[in-house]
Ligand binder design. Structure first.
Ligand SMILES: [Zn+2]
Length: 321
């Protein structure tokens, strides 16, 4: 290596170094025997699983923005290097889910989940990942849908307890738009009011009442509910509730219309693996960590001779991480 390019490289490296450790100021500490720099430098794109494992290790300790950027890069390299390899789809799908956990934007999380489902059908479950503040289990979804059914059928008293639950309330608030068709209107107070009104105060949902009439006992249709207990609903209101329940209960066959309503018209991007690097601002070609920088492998640097080729002056360093 001649002196001038070497100095240039050193200067580039020094100038691009942030204050703090060379891997970009990440505050995570190594858990193994090697420090992070060393763990990063032994990574080889022919073994993408090692990127994923290190990413998970660092994610557990990540605190700063730089930490998460490093973790995201490791997951991204895992996905890009493994998804089209034999038996690599499962690893790539796992990395997609892990990356989704670190993503801030709902749109990014949805795309990552969509790609994971494409790669590995085992991820074809209901996608609750869109909302970070709503943690929904199948039980909560089922009980929420059941509560709405109770209200509609006039057994609101059976729904009152469920409507007081925090997890049920969060779910209804979050997806009120499915029921109301508008973004801002929270349907919960209306559901609580309906739940308290029923069963029928007159017939207790017997649908008929007993009256004494001119000395005889007659059974007549209830005057209050007209034999049909439960809140009056317009067709639109009924459709809204059914759409919401369908969304809750139907994992794989969720309708396009319900998805649009749940997303409130947010534009959806096609799930393309090739777009992921751009989304997360990572150069997909820089898969090697050398001298504190992510660099492209040299054209001659195959996986076999990577270890004994120490020169990196023809690579183009990029700010870490
Ligand atoms: Zn009645």
């Amino acid at each position: 290596m001649s002196c001038v390019p070497y100095l240039t490289l050193v200067l580039v490296v020094i100038m691009s170094l942030p204050i703090g450790p060379a891997y970009g100021g990440a505050s995570v500490q190594p858990t193994g025997l090697l420090d992070i720099e060393e763990q990063l430098e032994v990574l080889d794109p022919s073994m993408p699983e090692a990127y994923f494992t290190l990413g998970e290790e660092l994610a557990a300790e990540a605190r700063t923005e730089q930490d998460y950027k490093l973790v995201q890069r490791l997951y991204l390299i895992t996905i890009l290097q493994s998804h089209d390899q034999p038996n690599g789809a499962t690893l790539a799908a796992s990395a997609c889910i892990a990356l989704a956990d670190t993503a801030r934007a709902d749109a990014d999380r949805r795309v990552l989940w969509a790609i994971a489902r494409m790669l590995d059908p085992r991820y074809s479950i209901r996608d609750w990942s869109r909302s970070t503040d709503v943690v929904v289990t199948d039980d909560v979804a089922f009980e929420t849908a059941t509560a709405l059914g109770h209200i509609r059928s006039g057994w609101g008293s059976r729904a009152v307890a469920d409507l007081r639950r925090d997890d049920v309330q969060r779910l209804i608030r979050r997806y009120s738009a499915l029921i109301t068709g508008t973004i801002q209107q929270n349907i919960l107070p209306e559901l609580e009011r309906q739940a308290k009104e029923w069963p029928c105060p007159e017939c207790r949902n017997d649908r008929v009442v007993t009256k004494r009439h001119t000395g005889r006992i007659e059974r007549r249709l209830c005057y209050t509910c007209g034999g049909n207990p439960g809140p009056e609903m317009t067709p639109d209101e009924l459709i809204g509730q059914l759409r919401f329940e369908s969304f809750l209960l139907n994992s794989r066959q969720r309708s396009w219309g319900a998805q649009v309503a749940a997303d409130l018209g947010e534009p959806m991007r096609d799930p393309e693996i090739g777009d992921l690097a751009l989304r997360f601002g990572v150069d997909p070609k820089r898969v090697l960590y050398r001298n504190g920088q992510w660099v492209e492998p040299l054209p001659t640097e195959s996986h076999e001779d990577a270890d004994d080729n120490g020169e990196s002056d023809s690579t183009t360093p990029e700010d870490a991480p």
